[in-house]
Structure formats: C-alpha cells, structure tokens
Design a protein around this ligand. Structure first.
Ligand SMILES: *Cc1c(COP(=O)(O)O)cnc(C)c1O
Length: 458
C-alpha cells in the first residue's frame, strides 16, 4: 500500500487566526464596499488572496535573519545570496532588488526601447506594464490550449512556435531585443512550460539573435512539473532541471516572494556583461547599491537559504500535492475548476458556476464575495472588474474567462484547511441556483480599478 502524502515539516510556531461569524462577515464586507482588498486581514479566516510573500519561513531561514550582515557594501549576507543565485542559475552576474517588478524596472531600463517588441507567454501584468510604460509592445504567443479550461494539456504555459515565428517574420529583427518565458505561466493559471518547448524557443531565438529572459517567479514549481510529466527528467534532481532550463536563456528576473520562500525580495541574473553594467547603474538609482538593492542583509540571507529549500523535492511534492488535492476534491464535488490544476492556485470558472447571474453584474466577484461571507475565505477576482474598461470606448471589457483564484501560500495552511475550503465550495455550489443577482459599481478609479473599486449589492 502506498502511504498518503504528509507534510515534510512540523510546526514550531503558530499564528492564531480569528474565526468570525457569518453575521460579522456580512457587516465587514458591506463596510469594505464589497471589495475584498479593503478587508483587514483579521477579518479573514483563510487568506488565499495571493501566494506572493505570504509563505512561512523555515527555522534555518530565521537563523539567517539573526546572522544578517547589514553592511552597506559587500556584506556576508550578499555573498551568500550571490553564491546561491549563481550556483542555481549558472549565470555570471547577479543584482538584488526589493521585489519582482523592481527587477523588471531595472532590467527593462537597460533593455527596452520605444517601439520594441517583446514576445512571450502571457506576460505577467507588471511585466507587461514595464514594457508598455517604455512604449514597447508585449506580444502573447501562448498556445491556444491555454484558453480552454476543459482541455487537458500537460504544459499549457508553452509558447506557440508558429505564433513566435510570425512575430519574427513580421517585424524588423532589431526591434525584438528579447523574449520572456514565464515559468510557471501565472496569467494562464500557473501552467508549466516544458523543457522541450523552452529548448525549441531558445533555438529559434538564438538563430535570430533574440535574447531569452526567464520571468522565474515560480521556476522551481515549473521544474517539478517537468520532472513528473516530461520524458527524460524522472531521474534528474530539481536543481539539475533548473540548471538545464536556465542554460537555454541569457538571464532572468524573479519575484523572490514566490519560489524564494521569503516575504520580500527580487533577483536579476544575467550572462551579458554589457547589459549587467548598464543595469547596475539603474539599480543604484532605483533600488540601492549593487550589494543590497533594496533588501536588508538579513533578508538576503534568508533568501539564500529559501532558494535551496524551494528546490527540495519533498517540499515541492507537498506543495504541489496540496494544491492538486484541493482542486481534485472540488472537481469531485462537481465544482467547475480550470484544468489541469496549476502549481500555486485553483481557479473557479464563474461562468459555469453562476451562469444565473447576469455577466454585467460581475459573476466572479459575486462568487468571491459569497465565498467570503459563507466561509471567511479571501480569494481574488480575475474577471470583468480586473479586465477594466476599454481605454477608448470606456465600455466594460468582458474577458473570455471569469475566474476566481484561490492562491495557496507556501507551507502555511494544513490539510484540514484544504478540507474546509473544499466543503465550503461544495456548500455554495449546491445552492448556486439561488444566485440571481450580483453587484454594481458605485465608484471606480480611472485605471487599475480592481484595487479600490466600491460596489453595491443589486
Ligand atoms: C509576482 C510576479 C511578478 C512581480 O513580482 P512582485 O514581487 O510582485 O513585484 C512578476 N512576474 C510574475 C510571473 C509574478 O508571478
């Protein structure tokens, strides 16, 4: 008999969470104008808003916090992080930054010019933002299968080589400085990219002198999927797979708040000396001196340890198993979820869940609010409110997918929490036909409205 999975760690410190009542939550969410971003964390029982910076550090990471060297230049903590990043990626140069978007800001300052075209697989929103802010264009070349929640494909984050070829054929080559491979592909639902695809994309890019940059926030999770799903990788360690993956690229940016297992931090790693020198100047202007870049010494030390812990097979197996378990349990109950389940989150398909609510009344947001009221769970809408208005017509944009994302923080919640989540979802699903109306907007900001929007019940 195969023994069930169990966490490869035990708990040394606990953080109590308040278990509120439905009556309290009804009052709080009304006061928050039905916007989950406006809730206080104490009003939330299980917080699945994001897996970014919300994970638990290990005893060894906390030990590094005490060992932190806060020297302005050349600190021991920087040396530890520098060694770890170069060892894992194989790249020659490393620049620290305070988080992922800061790394993008620094690197893109050195690499993106007005009129440039940056193809990739569903660029993350801050990545796209930093390209468009510099009057460049991010072109999404993800395979079509990524957009059908019912189709099974082991690597839905893959780049479509035909789409990429047509970007190359239809644009002056000097306008395409680099391509971005996002691992795992966050925007497509935490879906992995295969090594075969990375290799083929890299070969095509190298033939045309286009650099390959990884957006590596969840690269360890991606390597875990390669090990489990792709021929030839079963017997390789996660670290070996990561090293091979990085060998097909020229550099990376990373939000260390994900697979760095820390609460704040960012990484740039590169092979090209000229780009590095150029980026260092921007880093000193925006982030800090090149041996801290916006991070405390103690945080760099904790990150150096966290990077290795995130590559540990047992850790990754428990992490991914927990997310898959939640997704499969929900699917078993008939709850419509995006398939296959990604690495860091389960996505509910609100169009299938609550088709009885008019789409103009924000189906995904309505479902997220219900989940909060019934069970104290905070999720996030990835639907019409996030898609915002058309900049020209100012009409609401209705995206093909109306999703509610349940992002699972790393090493934070237990198996019982997953059981609770699945049961709560089933309860809401069983009474879904009663949902007839949703919400209307009473106030919204001109851009990025989802963070501050105020809603009222219809
Ligand atoms: C989180 C994330 C970023 C941005 O990182 P921050 O640390 O939040 O600034 C960039 N790309 C991807 C794929 C991410 O998931």
């Amino acid at each position: 008999m195969q023994l069930p999975y169990a966490e490869p760690y035990r708990i040394k410190m606990v953080e109590p969470i308040y278990q509120s009542t439905i009556e309290e939550r009804k009052k709080w969410i009304k006061e928050a104008h039905y916007n989950l971003f406006n809730l206080k964390s104490d009003q939330v029982y299980i917080d699945l808003l994001t897996d970014s910076g919300t994970g638990a550090m290990s005893d060894r990471q906390w030990a590094e916090v005490m060992l932190g060297d806060e020297s302005y230049a050349g600190s021991r903590s920087f040396q530890k992080l520098d060694n770890a990043v170069k060892d894992i990626t194989g790249y020659k140069y490393f620049i620290p930054s305070h988080q992922g978007r800061a790394a993008e800001n620094v690197l893109f300052s050195a690499m993106v010019k007005e009129g440039d075209i940056i193809p990739g697989n569903s660029h993350f929103d801050t990545t796209k933002g930093h390209i468009e802010f510099r009057k460049g264009q991010a072109i999404d070349c993800t395979i079509d299968e990524a957009y059908d929640t019912d189709v099974y494909h082991p690597f839905k984050g893959n780049i479509d080589l035909k789409k990429l070829q047509s970007v190359i054929d239809n644009n002056p080559i000097d306008k395409i400085p680099f391509l971005i491979i996002t691992v795992t592909c966050n925007t497509a639902g935490g879906q992995p990219v295969s090594m075969q695809n990375i290799k083929a994309v890299s070969a095509l890019c190298r033939r045309h002198g286009i650099k390959v940059i990884f957006d590596a926030a969840r690269y360890a999770e991606n390597c875990f999927f390669i090990k489990g799903r792709e021929d030839g990788y079963k017997d390789k360690t996660i670290q070996e797979i990561a090293r091979e993956m990085y060998s097909y690229g020229d550099g990376m940016t990373m939000s260390a708040k994900k697979d760095g297992l820390v609460n704040m931090g960012g990484i740039i790693a590169l092979n090209d000396e000229d780009i590095y020198n150029n980026a260092v100047t921007f880093n000193i202007m925006y982030e800090g001196f090149v041996t801290y870049g916006g991070m405390s010494g103690r945080d760099m030390g904790a990150l150096a340890v966290g990077l290795y812990e995130a590559l540990d097979y047992d850790y990754l197996a428990s992490r991914i198993t927990q997310v898959q378990y939640l997704g499969e349990k929900m699917a078993e109950f008939g709850v419509p979820v995006q398939k296959p389940i990604g690495g860091h989150a389960v996505y509910l398909d609100a169009n299938k869940f609550v088709p009885t609510i008019p789409k103009e009344e924000f189906r995904a947001q309505s479902l997220a609010i219900e989940l909060y009221i019934i069970a104290g769970i905070r999720s996030v809408e990835i639907g019409t409110i996030l898609a915002d208005r058309d900049p020209v017509t100012r009409e609401n944009r209705y995206p093909e997918l109306e999703l509610v994302r349940l992002a699972i923080p790393r090493r934070t919640y237990t198996h019982n929490h997953m059981e609770y989540l699945a049961a709560a979802l089933k309860r809401i699903y069983d009474t879904r036909h009663e949902a007839k109306s949703g919400y209307r907007i009473v106030w919204e900001a001109p851009i990025m409205r989802h963070f501050t929007v105020k809603l009222d019940k219809i």
